[in-house]
Design a protein around this ligand. Sequence first.
Ligand code: CDP
Length: 234
Amino acid sequence: MSKITIAIDGYSSTGKSTIARQLAKALGYIYVDSGAMYRAVTLYALKAELIRDNKLDKEKLIESLPSIFLQLSFNPKKGYAEVYLNNKNVEADIRNLEVSKYVSRVAEIPEVRRKLVAIQQEMGKNKGVVMDGRDIGTVVFPAADLKLFLNAAPDKRATRRYKELLERGDKVSFEEVLQNVEFRDRVDSTRDVSPLKQAEDAVVIDNTDMGLEEQFERVLNLANHVISQKKKDA
Ligand code: CDP
């Protein structure tokens, strides 16, 4: 068994999902977007009106957790898994700024994290997985074979996310996207449970001035090195 586990963590909009998808495709691994799960729970909270006047009813959301059923289902046309919330494909509904505005508040709740981390660990139990998020290398898979920690300058990250949202047809301003990126970085890094932090054994990649191809080549080389090392040790 030479399949490995790859954990990718980092600040918001650092291109974690892009590199994770590229790697999973090249290696024939499963890609899991853990952030999509936190986003789906946030969408549930919005739809159930557990968020009103900017206030999240944490108690009610915790009570509702048993009725939140999440699945990731591979879409061969798109080449990645899409998120289903209570059997409905919500992929197109979870990436907007409304969900981004509240997701870090939802992700602070220990009961929410406990539920999602258990699903994520189950998905990765047979290795051959690339998972991205905030606590993958520290909490979900502390023994991952390869850990990456991504970062880039905040204005660069906000520019990338702003373009993505405009391409989707969302009406947003650059200023509000930048504010959201900075807000989530702050909440995600300072929360009590599983805060975003670099694992000691993570390889840090700052892609402020790095092209996608260059980044992919570097990361694929790293992964292949770890895989061949593993084969030797077997
Ligand atoms: O927007 P971006 O792709 O950077 O973020 P995401 O991966 O979609 O994650 C959205 C939010 O979910 C983050 O800002 C965190 O608050 C939360 N999250 C988390 O707490 N732990 C994870 N493993 C993944 C995401």
